[in-house]
Design a binder for this molecule. Sequence first.
Ligand SMILES: [Fe+2]
Length: 463
Amino acid sequence: MGRDRFGLEMAGSAAAVSAYERGLGHLLRFQPEVVTAAEEALVADPGCVMARALRAYVGTMSSEWPDTAAARDLSKAATPTNERERAHLEALGAWTAGDWYGAARRLDALLALWPRDLLALAVGHQLDFFTGDARNLRARVERARDHHDPQAAESAFVDGMWAFGLEECGEYARAEAAGRSAVARHPEDVWALHAFVHVEEMQGRVREGIVDLESRRASWGQGNFLNVHLAWHLALFRLEAEEPAAALALYDGLIHNPSSAGVALEMVDAAALLWRLHLDGVDSGGRFAALAEAWAAKDDTPWYVFNDLHAIQALVGAGRQAEAEHVVDRLARFAREADPALSNQRMVVAAGLPAAHALCAFGRGEHAAVVRLLAPLRHHLSVFGGSHAQRDVFQRTLVESALRAGEGALADQLLAERLQARPASTFAWARLARLRRAGNDAAGALDAEARRAGEVAALRATA
Ligand SMILES: [Fe+2]
């Protein structure tokens, strides 16, 4: 029985423990070497349960069923040597059986006993993200934070997680301070960088977002699992700056191209970016077609509806409406027939299925139906996971549909809320101008259009 550098007992030879710790360091940095390090630990000592758990969690965190099935087999082959290892295997058992909420809860229980277990914290944090649990994204980290020496290297990574939790809870100033301080200590902490980029996204601070991401490309642009997602964030800022060509260049260079790995978490961002362009009426060429092809090749086991929703965006965007409707039918059948103990069943029933219907309705041009489906859900979409910024694609779909359906009062309300949060939003000012024109308010339309043009000019001036 060895111990890791946090004093936690774990099975494994000295070489295995060392490789496991290296793997954990890569995990905190979202570096793909986490896989090789975990596998090296298992080669050094196949009885290293924590290395097996680490490798298995990388599979479950893909959010895809085939990787999860492999993770299930890997973790089932492990024999725990202590209660902490047993708790990890139970969390993996729950997750791979489809109980994402149960896995998240087990990792919280584990952290109550072993708050310095960074694997449990990092994986639990991602589970809170997958299940859209904003409060626990913050609270889970807060409970563990005091157990780490603020001077120790790992505490900055804990603060990076805390920053993201604070951001998802709307605590923007504290989130930004924690994220920036974490990045100052470890420029390679892409999750902490991601946290304050989210703050900039939520507040519509487009120019600062572009500067922060462009100036730090060396630390996020390659060699980590978050580079596609951060490129997507940069592309969102480029869209708000009315630079669709720049957004598409990011799409082609980093987000989705023929050499992309074809992983769902990256294809989610690809679909959401093209869908936003679609809402803006921008033709993205053959990109939807290529992306839809990639989604259609994916395993179709119902596993995580957040992914299915983005597959539907790609299919609808590519004009493959019948296949998109087929995915919705499959989700409807799953909602009726699947075990309610499956977390994904709850996600589908509570929000995923109506959102999927809404995307298909948008594809058919039935905008009143989109409004009917999405308006009641707009404050409840977090049940299918992701971040506020990722789910904004549905809020934008609702705004656009309200405008096209002639639901002026709703459009007015949604745009007012958006401008309250993001006073510089060109997306909102452009649509407010359309709304005012549709209401024969020529002066209001001119004013909104002037605000839009002013924001674009200000962005150009500081570029
Ligand atoms: Fe994000």
